[in-house]
Ligand binder design. Structure first.
Ligand code: GLC
Length: 749
């Protein structure tokens, strides 16, 4: 990691590990004083969030914003980009409404705000928690300088569904990794004091289970056991709540038949009851109103009552609370106390943010410009983009490209060699740049960086950008064929359009879009070395490339510094250390496929074995497993040891292993520790991640890595929905991915 970046990471992640107080006596007292002055109309107004100059969902009724604000009917505005308008809205609220209650501005700050970082799934592939926290610190600094007080992130939905467009927004399939990243993101955004002008409130979303929707389709049905919900959905949400996330957002989907927005079990019983979380819950876009479309509410009064009683404090964008809440009170469907408690949470958040003390704290035109798009932000963006890239194949050591590499002419070929549109190398969730129009010159494309860098190393470089956008009906491959024929090495740059990544961008096929594998086959004629670089937002399947191309690098959607990060990795300036946070299937038919699966009563070891759990036409093994990623060096794991062969419930076990860099270049390895509970009351996953450590080793260097396991690491949700550890045998596995591991057994007494 470059020194400047290391300094940034240290500075930004120095935030004390204290949880944000959900309230203080002073704030509570001030809330009560204000609440007593408010009319019912004004109270319901605080529960109403209206959309700004960007719409991120279905069409909803829009009315005159300023008159709504003057009447005290707007508690919050979301997705508003125009800074001056935000000042005007705040002035209208503070100076023209009866009680002068300030507005809170919410925004989707998903992977950067004005400086765009790698997508969250890519960041997860870095396993670099300090850098992830530091990136969110930067995002909070930019967003708060631009008048945003509240981000609708972190998105902490775990998922095993590559078809789902939003898998890019999360941290993959694992509860432990997802929980650690959720914590890092909350701390990065919120810092230690929400009243500081450069910290913003977070919103853990989408509560809950959205990533398990049937068919991998947005908004679709989710149905699972309570045991699976608590084991495979809730840990990152619990981590976000424990880290002090000021708000949560409920999900569009039904969970076991009840829409999350009116799901009392998860919002009241679990989140507020069991977890003692007392922040503010916002709906998703019109998800209050959509309870009527689900068919679980008969009208706006019914929808308002059921969602409020279930714990939804604020209605995003749909205006249903404004239409039905008053009548719900008059008909006795809700109580005044229930309304007051929701309004308290909204007001408390505004007090915590310092908005009552200074409603323009985040609307300071003087400091705005100086905090946006600082060069050092790009340094960290570049460093994390490089750290997130996953080397899947490197047969024959084609990579890295160095001056001594045995080729002279390098051809960059593909639709993502030098793309300037469609938010390529990014995603739909870069709203800080605007909806579709943005300054694409801010993105460093592969060609912009690779051509000069490789030429400076003495190579001849050609660039053949293949237009495959819908606008290019006739794709001309002739130039690509010629460029490949004339070159000694081809770098084939394929993947997904940035605008095809995110919400409402689900796919029914995991193949590379628009038949791009054809390009790889084409340029591979004449058996010269080919490197495939994939700009992907989800696990994809590319069977021909997997089998035939010697080098494959997953670049994900790397953000503004795409090209520079690619130069760093392809030339070996950065030795790739990324590890998959989500399983890559061989084919869509295997989905859902994930590493922490149950053994079944008939596990299949070899494809085709009768009477075992497998397929006639496919292996059950993934293309690449969770935690996988190669390096330009090699690491040897040996001498796994336990501090004890058995521990009691109140003891801690130490698992140690030696790791040696047996190669010729320094490298970073993510050492992973898994367990398998062999004697629980129910079937347990064949592996569960319980710890990881990123270590940097010079050639020949050996490091002893130690993991500590206690009863809390061995607990699970049993059929009686108790979270407990059973005495009995466990296996511990340590390795550089979830399959190639050393193992040892111990007993919990
Ligand atoms: C969208 C998304 C949610 C986002 C919200 C505001 O529909 O589901 O994640 O924060 O609306 O844009």
């Amino acid at each position: 990691m470059r020194p400047i970046v290391a300094l940034l990471v240290m500075l930004f992640s120095l935030s004390a590990r204290t949880q944000i107080p959900t309230s203080t006596p002073d704030i509570d007292a001030r809330v009560e004083v204000l609440l007593k002055k408010m009319t019912l109309d004004e109270k319901i107004g605080q529960m109403n969030q209206v959309t700004g100059d960007i719409s991120t969902g279905t069409n909803v009724a829009q009315s005159d914003m300023m008159s709504q604000i003057r009447s005290g009917h707007v508690g919050s505005v979301l997705s508003h980009t125009n800074f001056d308008n935000k000042i005007k809205m705040q002035e209208e609220a503070v100076k023209k409404s009866r009680l002068g209650i300030p507005i809170i501005f919410g925004f989707d700050v998903i992977h950067g705000y004005k400086t765009i970082f790698p997508i969250p799934l890519a960041q997860a592939a870095s396993w670099d928690l300090a850098s992830i926290e530091a990136l969110e610190r930067i995002a909070a600094t930019e967003a708060s300088s631009d008048g945003q007080n509240w981000t609708f992130s972190p998105m902490v939905d775990l998922s095993r569904e590559p078809r789902w467009g939003r898998v890019m927004e999360g941290a993959g399939e694992d509860p432990y990794l997802g929980a650690r990243i959720a914590e890092a993101r909350v701390k990065g955004f919120q810092g230690t004091d929400l009243a500081q002008p450069n910290t913003i409130a977070t919103c853990a979303k989408h509560f809950a289970g959205y990533g398990f929707s049937e068919g991998g389709r947005d908004y679709n049905t989710v149905d699972m056991s309570e045991q699976r919900l608590r084991e495979f959905v809730m840990p990152p949400f619990k981590a976000a709540a424990d880290a002090g996330s000021a708000t949560f957002m409920n999900a569009f989907n039904t969970l076991n038949g009840t829409p999350c927005t009116m799901n009392k079990h998860i919002q009241e019983d679990m989140l507020r009851g069991e977890w003692k979380w007392n922040g503010m819950m916002v709906s998703d876009w019109n998800s209050v109103g959509e309870t009527m479309v689900h068919g679980s509410a008969s009208d706006v009064v019914d929808a308002s009552a059921k969602c409020l009683i279930a714990g939804c404090d604020m209605d995003m964008a749909g205006g249903t609370y404004m239409l039905g809440m008053k009548k719900a009170l008059e008909e006795g469907r809700v109580t005044q106390d229930q309304i007051d408690e929701a309004v308290r949470r909204v007001l408390r958040l505004k007090f915590q943010l310092g908005l009552f003390d200074n409603p323009f704290l985040y609307l300071n035109a003087k400091t705005r410009e100086q905090n946006l798009e600082k060069p050092e932000y790009r340094d960290l963006a570049r460093s994390v983009a490089a750290e997130s890239m996953v080397l899947l194949k490197n047969d024959g050591g084609v990579l890295p490209i160095t001056p001594s590499s045995p080729f002279k002419k390098i051809a960059l070929i593909g639709p993502y060699a030098d793309s300037r549109g469609n938010k390529d190398y990014m995603s739909f969730w870069t709203l800080g740049l605007g909806m579709r129009e943005y300054d694409s010159t801010k993105v460093v494309t592969p060609a912009m960086a690779l051509k000069p860098a490789l030429e400076a190393m003495g190579f001849e470089v050609t660039v053949t950008q293949i237009c495959m956008d819908a606008a290019c009906t006739e794709v001309d491959y002739s130039a690509a064929l010629k460029a490949a024929r004339d070159a000694d090495l081809v770098i084939c740059l394929l993947g997904e359009r940035g605008l095809d990544c995110g919400e409402s961008r689900c796919v029914s096929s995991l193949e590379l879009p628009r038949g791009q594998e054809t390009i790889a086959r084409m340029v591979s004629r004449g058996n010269k070395p080919v490197v495939t670089v994939l700009f992907n937002s989800r696990p994809l399947v590319f069977p021909w490339i997997t089998e035939n191309v010697p080098a494959i690098l997953l670049a994900w959607q790397p953000g503004f510094e795409a090209g520079n990060a690619l130069v760093d990795v392809l030339t070996g300036k950065v030795n790739p250390s990324g590890k998959l946070p989500i399983t890559f299937p061989r084919n869509l038919g295997q989905v859902p496929i994930y590493y922490n699966h149950l053994n079944t009563g008939r596990p299949q070891e070899t494809m085709g074995t009768m009477w075992t759990s497998g397929y006639l036409d496919s292996s059950v093994q993934p293309a690449w497993p969770f935690g996988f990623g190669l390096s330009y060096t090699q690491f040897r794991y040996f001498d796994i040891q336990l501090s004890k062969s058995a521990i009691s419930m109140d003891e801690t076990l130490e698992v140690s292993i030696n790791v040696t860099n047996t190669g010729s270049v320094a490298g970073t390895e993510v050492v992973q520790c898994y367990i398998h509970d062999l004697s629980a009351d129910i079937a347990r996953p064949v592996k569960e991640l319980k710890g990881f450590e990123r270590i940097k080793l010079n050639p020949g260097e050996t490091r002893k890595v130690v993991f500590k396991l206690s009863k809390d690491d061995l607990r699970y949700w049993n059929q009686d929905i108790q979270f407990k550890a059973d005495p009995g045998k466990f296996k511990v596995f340590v390795g550089g991915n979830s399959q190639d591991v050393k193992e040892v057994e111990f007993t919990l007494r």
